[in-house]
Design a protein around this ligand. Sequence first.
Ligand code: PLP
Ligand code: TYF
Length: 394
Amino acid sequence: MLTNLKEQPKDKILGLMAQYREDPRATKVDLGVGVYKNAEGITPVMRAVKAAERKLVAEQETKAYTGLAGDPAYSSAMCDLLLADSADRARIAAAATPGGTGAVRQAFELVKQMSPNARVFVSDPTWPNHVSILGYLGIEVVKYRYFDGETRGVNFDGMMEDLAGATADDVILLHGCCHNPTGANLNLTQWQSVIDLILAKGCLPMIDIAYQGFGDGLEEDAAPTRLVASQVPELLIAASCSKNFGIYRERTGLLIAMGADAANTPVVQGNLNHLNRQNFSFPPDHGARVVTTILTDPELKADWMAELEETRLGMLELRQKLADELQRLSGSDRFGFLAQHRGMFSLLGTTPDLVEKMRVDNAIYMVGDSRMNIAGLNENTIPMLAQAIIDAGV
Ligand code: PLP
Ligand code: TYF
């Protein structure tokens, strides 16, 4: 039976990681997978995470199963972090998931149950796993214009024109902050226009938020999500703790489903529990417990926020330095968008051929669509990258 299996398409981002590892050149620069790295190229365990883990080792009395939705204290702490007081908690159901990917997957499965004919509108481009999981589940994908190849900002008029095609059966998927892969984001006025469109069409918004705290700050990055939550009747949110807590391999995510009527919340919650049970029974607990420990302890929380803020400011500085160096080398402002983008990524907006040329000639590894992980840079590699970009003729 196993011989019936066909080869599956590989994840290009993960493939690039393997290619990088095999490159013997000492000067190689990894701008591929979306993992934060400090100036030494290390992905550290955050101080507050270490402290929370020590506390758990000392105090945790059981590792017996949690509930199907995970520990309610985790959902509650995460809703505080994400939503603050923007939404009526009585209308909210939530379940812990294996990472943000798990939340995305469970959300799409829920969509299939709720609206069998739903199409999911995704930005062009978007995180490849969105399209891949939707395809796997047999859900129709509609791409909406998003990235403006000229300005490297958002093509907002194009986006709104395309979103106008959504019906009450459909879902509009939005990146809460720090758009992956482009780094280009809507401002709050534009978010309000999207909300008005959603209300007019009666479609369901879904927000994928995987980088809260990596863009303009913890509160600022949550502002669009809160704006949406405070105005729409129904909302799905897939949240990830992988990046902002640096607990990638612990697989810590949360699916939030907000309904119009609090009386229906138990049914929604029951469906989230049911979906977890069908796929894996109980969600991973360790990462969720670490997050809960941090968010409910004022000292740990303050330390986590301080380290996250350092991380965020470090990435902003790298952005600015790269933009400055490119301005110096090119004698033009055409790379200024790098300093405007937010989060871990920027889409350079060049061809796969030039991306490949920079890999071959300069050992620079960016994703084929020209996405760069800004956190992969440091003082030494910024001039190398800038020169390679100019030499390649970008
Ligand atoms: N959504 C987006 C847009 C992402 O970039 C990521 C990346 O890691 C995720 C979701 C999910 O992350 P994870 O499953 O590692 O928590
Ligand atoms: O986009 C990224 O690089 C991150 C990490 O299948 C990632 O979101 C990449 C590929 C993948 C899962 C996560």
